[in-house]
Write a protein that binds this ligand. Structure first.
Ligand code: IMP
Length: 424
């Protein structure tokens, strides 16, 4: 397989982890390039369920190299917890299969505290973050006052480097009426974590580029989705990184010229967690999916908001990411329905619009215009080949491809590794 970027085409939770896991078989290296422990990828393999936040999904395969790239924000305590949990499930993790970029920024306990305090201060205007400290960490990075993985190397200066930053943030925390961070405790925890993570630290830009030069195949595992992108998403209800395909290059140090394929992943319907506009939101679909035990977040456990497939969002995301192909996941979630709908365009103040508008106010005034398709009313979870798809399901997929402007190459019909069909 060539160098491939996997991106989410909606608001995250599209099932990227499963598609990455599936494509990993044909790859040598799996790299994360943005986001942090706000991501939650659920992968079911060998009957076991694994939840990954920072560790790339390739870790579940023997002999694959996994890289947490420079664009990721790393919570060292969370990462160690995640590694310990995976090891307890029998996954082998060593510096031979997991490397961490020395250039990546660190999420420290004060970032989490700031995330919660800032959300509280926003009141009704809160973003609905995952509370994992992502925004404050990226804010420190852009403000040029972040601490990086490379800073974990020098234990003689680490305490001083943490202290001034923690004191600075304590001023904001106390001003917001939040508890101040115990600086000595943070120094002790991070010093201990530094020692444990040290063997995994590398210049991953060099590792990745050398691997590509040697003919190895790299899979870039996107986290979150295109509409959570800081530039292209439904701002300000977004995350703080570039979740679209360009972010895979800046967040890994691999040139766009080295990328061969971009695969967008979308659910057969639409979901979002947290606040923000959602034109296709539909209570009946939410109730139906929640009733089936589906669509609860793997990071926070929150019930996701659900709606029909939004082809306006899909088409725009395919354009921004330059997707050659789409993987549609969770088609089986619609198995029991008499009919299914696709939103083909929006109406805004009496006018037809084909691209998502820039402001939240406009998005909230948009009305979804949908077309109806017959449901297939068949359990798809046992299908082993695309040729076995009922014609009505096939027609639904063909229409999605037509509206999105990209072919559908992969199809997810259940959570297990073998419930992914190659259509093309
Ligand atoms: P943050 O990334 O924690 O700052 O949260 C910002 C927004 O992105 C909130 O609406 C979150 O619910 C959403 N978000 C962040 N990560 C994910 C994800 O992995 N899946 C879905 N939504 C996410």
């Amino acid at each position: 397989m060539s160098n491939t970027i996997i991106v989410g085409l909606q608001w995250g939770d599209e099932g990227k982890g499963k598609i990455v896991d599936y494509l990993t078989e044909r790859s040598d290296v799996v790299a994360r390039a943005q986001g942090g422990s706000n991501a939650g990828h659920t992968v079911i393999s060998g009957g076991q369920k694994y939840i990954l936040h920072l560790v790339p999904s390739g870790i579940l395969w023997p002999d694959k190299l996994n890289i947490i790239g420079n664009g990721v924000v790393i919570d060292p305590l969370g990462l160690l917890e995640e590694i310990a949990k995976l090891r307890s499930q029998g996954v082998t993790i060593t510096p031979r299969n997991l490397l961490i970029s020395e250039h990546a920024h660190l999420t420290l306990p004060y970032h989490r505290a700031l995330d919660l305090a800032r959300e509280k201060r926003r009141g009704v205007n809160k973003i609905g973050t995952t509370g994992r400290g992502i925004g404050p960490t990226y804010a420190d990075k852009i403000e040029r006052q972040g601490l990086r993985v490379t800073d974990l190397r020098d234990l003689s200066s680490l305490a001083a480097e943490i202290k001034w930053r923690a004191e600075l943030h304590n001023q904001e925390l106390m001003g917001a009426g939040a508890e101040r961070i115990d600086v000595a405790a943070v120094v002790a925890e991070i010093t201990s974590a530094a020692k444990q993570l040290q063997p995994h630290v590398a210049n991953t830009v060099v590792v990745l580029n050398e691997a590509i030069a040697a003919g190895k195949h790299v899979l870039f595992e996107g986290a979150q989705g295109s509409y959570l992108d800081i530039d292209h998403g439904s701002y300000p209800f977004v995350t703080s990184s570039n979740t679209t395909a360009g972010g895979a290059c800046t967040g890994s140090g691999v040139s766009p010229r080295k990328i061969d394929r971009v695969i967008g992943v979308a659910k057969a319907y639409t979901t979002r967690v947290g606040s923000g506009p959602f034109v296709c939101e539909n209570e009946n679909i939410s109730d139906m999916l929640h009733g089936m035990g589906r669509e609860f977040g793997s990071t926070t456990g929150r019930a996701r908001r659900c709606g029909w497939l939004d082809a306006v969002l899909l088409r725009y995301a395919v354009m921004v990411n330059g997707c050659d192909e789409i993987a549609i996941t969770n088609l089986d979630g619609l198995d029991g329905l008499d009919s299914v709908q696709i939103c083909t365009h929006y109406e805004l103040d009496g006018k037809t619009i084909k691209h998502p508008p820039a402001t939240v106010a406009e998005m909230e005034r948009c009305r979804a215009v949908c077309e109806t398709h017959q449901g297939w009313k068949q359990d798809l979870s046992g299908i082993t080949d695309g040729s076995q798809l009922p014609p009505k399901a096939r027609a639904y997929l063909d229409r999605i491809a037509e509206l999105a402007g990209a072919r559908i190459s992969l199809l997810g019909i259940g959570p297990a590794r073998d419930q992914t069909l190659v259509l093309d």
